[in-house]
Design a protein around this ligand. Structure first.
Ligand code: DTR
Ligand code: CA
Ligand code: ZN
Ligand code: ZN
Length: 318
């Protein structure tokens, strides 16, 4: 695995010992106000901002053969878009490369300077789509929510006690390839420094459910308490066990959690009573299809889940 730091490729030898290669603090002014105290509550995440990122990802797919899949131009263009926003906001970004199915894959890692690097709260989402379509819900929604949360950290000048790291994974659709490469590239010591890994993969399904990963109990409670405060019922995400980028972290013994709004499973009558929408229909009928476009998004679910991402990041890192 190679590491490219802010456009320069730091050709390294064996990846295993190189995970903490030189990370060049990127230029770019911090847009935030005076640093926010660690215990401050998370800000509201403007859903309009999240939707603007989704519009950009849709445009990128449209301009690149209709998808943002691993090994295609649309994926790298998506990564360049996200990286540009983060570099401008003062993050230290690193692009990790790997090879899968004969093509180069890319992970984007963004570290927010400050905080105790022996205790890292990490949030991630896969940025790739399937080749059948633009992947706006799967998983532009998670990628855009994590991006806007990172930008909110910058705007707030947030300085939590723990270190914040954000990631956008390549080649999840090929079997969590990018995230597995990242975890495998970490030394045992660096793995042990990640106190929480939060995963967001499909969080704006058009017929949404509100599912919370039932893996680490502290992370699960953080999300469940947040939604309880909104009087929104949640259910444990049992569908997704082992099916997204939290799996390599969990297999390495790292506490994981996350949110999910549903895929091709069918919403029951009881779930319709709790969440609205349509029973007897899939949570996302465009899952892995060409119709997973900007029109395939429920704005309310996107808003609530984006705010929940920020809440958990603030809560777990303070
Ligand atoms: N977002 C899916 C992986 C996934 C996560 N949770 C579930 C539940 C049911 C089906 C699939 C999934 C993907 O990237 O393919
Ligand atoms: Ca919001
Ligand atoms: Zn998928
Ligand atoms: Zn996905």
């Amino acid at each position: 695995m190679k590491f490219s730091v802010s456009g320069r490729t730091a050709a390294t030898g064996v990846a295993a010992a190189a995970v903490s290669t030189v990370m060049l603090l990127t230029s770019g002014s911090l847009a935030g106000a005076a640093p926010a105290p660690a215990q401050a509550a998370a800000p509201d995440i403007p859903v309009a901002n999240v939707k603007a990122h989704l519009a950009q990802l849709q445009s990128i797919a449209t301009a690149n053969g209709g998808n943002r899949a691993h090994g295609k131009a649309g994926y790298k263009a998506s990564l360049d878009y996200v990286k540009g926003k983060l570099d401008a906001a003062g993050f230290t970004t690193t692009v990790q490369t790997f090879t899968s199915s004969g093509s180069t894959g890319y992970n984007l890692i963004a570290d927010w300077p400050g905080g105790d690097t022996d205790h890292v709260v990490m949030s991630g989402s896969h940025l790739d789509s399937v080749s059948a379509g633009p992947g706006i819900n799967d998983n532009g929604s998670g990628s855009a929510a994590v991006l806007e949360t990172a930008l909110a950290v910058s705007r707030a000048g947030y300085q939590p006690s723990k270190h914040l790291r954000f990631a956008w994974w390549g080649a999840e659709e090929l079997g969590m390839v990018g995230s597995r490469n990242y975890v495998n590239s970490l030394s045992t010591a660096d793995r042990s420094k990640i106190s929480d890994y939060l995963n967001f993969d499909m969080i704006a399904s058009p017929n949404p459910g509100y599912f919370v990963y039932d893996d680490d109990p502290t992370i699960e409670k953080t999300f469940k308490d947040y939604f309880a405060g909104l009087n929104i019922t949640t259910e444990p995400d049992t569908e997704g066990d082992g099916r997204s980028d939290h799996a390599p972290f969990e297999n390495a013994g790292i506490p994981v959690g996350g949110l999910f709004s549903g895929a091709d499973y069918i919403k029951t009558a009881a779930q319709k009573d709790a969440w609205g929408g349509t029973s007897g229909k899939a949570f996302d009928a465009c899952y892995h299809r060409s119709c997973d476009t900007s029109a395939n998004i429920d704005d309310t679910a996107l808003d609530h889940n984006s705010d929940a991402v920020a809440h958990a990041v603030w809560e777990l890192s303070s």
